[in-house]
Ligand binder design. Structure first.
Ligand SMILES: Cc1cc2nc3c(=O)[nH]c(=O)nc-3n(C[C@H](O)[C@H](O)[C@H](O)COP(=O)(O)OP(=O)(O)OC[C@H]3O[C@@H](n4cnc5c(N)ncnc54)[C@H](O)[C@@H]3O)c2cc1C
Length: 317
């Protein structure tokens, strides 16, 4: 059977849902081999095996300062892994890094790259979401191996019937562009909430929160959800810019998106309208957000959100 490569930025134990999805997508193209630029623990190798991965490729110098922050090291690693395994395709996360590595690899190998994928068929046909999620298109590469970046929450993972301990392959990798080095890495303060782009539930607040995100954050915590925001809320300085959803922010497609105090401007919709279920809370019954909402609640978010959070907590007790 042909191989496929699955690039994972980081490998947690237990494996994250996002990693399992990428592995499931890779399985459609061939026997999945995971490639990681970071060291992989024995525990993680065993977990990858249980997820149906047949091989794990890491650089001999994994995690050392040999890596630059221009992703040339990761690109080189994948290029070598591709030539070693003759894999038919590479699946990467649809993150900024994933897309940049995909683009670099595509140029290096003169291979076709498809980003923003939401599905991959066994014959290599990729379905992608375009024009802010208004349409889906299908694409097939005509040159070299398929290089595809997959959006989170797109492909269902099911555990394989049989699993074996994967082979661990350490390969020497020379960074082709070692001109710049990472001299310091600082951890961002963690909120304890799920990552906005991968979360299954997102609660977003807009100008209607009037400077106080507490009701939005509290409902998000009651739901185990990520917090998002409109640009108006971000521009007002009420919340961090990296939580902005929309054309010039993040694109999200969770199972449930709750928009509170957000009017539904086209630029905001561009980042969330492919969400499976949209709930809007707005005190203006004529607000355009209700046009795309599956469930609309006309009311003051300062009343509605705390009631919803209290009810959820009561049910969970
Ligand atoms: C080039 C460009 C790119 C842009 N990119 C983005 C982007 O990425 N993301 C984005 O979001 N915007 C973006 N915008 C801005 C966008 O056009 C809107 O201005 C913005 O989305 C409005 O944010 P909002 O809905 O929070 O505010 P508003 O449009 O002011 O809406 C606030 C809503 O809250 C409601 N409300 C007020 N008080 C309450 C209350 N107590 N309870 C319940 N409801 C209440 C109001 O009825 C209103 O509907 C962009 C604009 C441009 C020009």
């Amino acid at each position: 059977m042909a191989f496929s490569l699955v690039y994972l930025d980081s490998i947690s134990s237990p494996l994250s849902g996002a990693s399992l999805e990428l592995i499931a997508a890779g399985r459609r193209l061939g026997d999945p081999v995971v490639v990681s630029a970071q060291p992989v623990s024995d525990e993680s190798v065993a977990e990858l095996g249980a997820a149906g991965v047949s091989g794990v490729v890491v650089p001999e110098n994994a995690g050392t300062e040999a890596q630059t922050n221009f992703l040339t090291f990761e690109t080189q690693l994948l290029a070598i892994a591709l030539s070693e395994t003759e894999a038919s395709g590479v699946v990467l996360p649809n993150s900024l890094n994933g897309k940049e590595i995909a683009a670099r690899l595509g140029v290096k190998l003169n291979a076709g790259v498809v980003t923003d994928a939401v599905d991959i068929a066994e014959d290599g046909t990729v379905t992608k979401s375009v024009l802010a999620g208004a349409y889906t298109t299908q694409a097939r590469v005509t040159e070299g191996p398929l290089i595809v970046t997959l959006k989170a929450n797109s492909v269902e993972y099911t555990a394989p019937a049989a699993a074996e301990e994967p082979d661990l392959l350490e390969i020497p990798v020379e960074d082709p562009a070692p001109g710049a080095r990472v001299v310091e890495v600082r951890e961002k303060a963690v909120s304890g909430r799920p990552d906005l782009t991968a979360a299954r539930i997102v609660v977003s607040g807009g100008r209607g929160v009037d400077g106080d995100f507490t009701p939005v954050e509290d409902l998000a915590d009651a739901l185990g959800a990520a917090v998002g925001a409109s640009r108006a809320a971000v521009d007002a300085g009420w919340i961090n810019h990296d939580l902005q959803v929309g054309q010039t922010g993040k694109t999200v497609a969770p199972q449930l998106y709750i928009a509170a105090g957000i009017s539904g401007a086209i630029q905001h919709k561009a980042g969330m309208q492919t969400s499976r279920v949209i709930v809007a809370v707005n005190d203006d019954p004529d607000s355009p957000i209700f046009e795309i909402a599956d469930l609309g609640i006309v009311g003051d978010l300062k009343n509605v959100l705390p009631q919803a959070a209290a009810e959820l907590r009561k049910r969970n007790d």
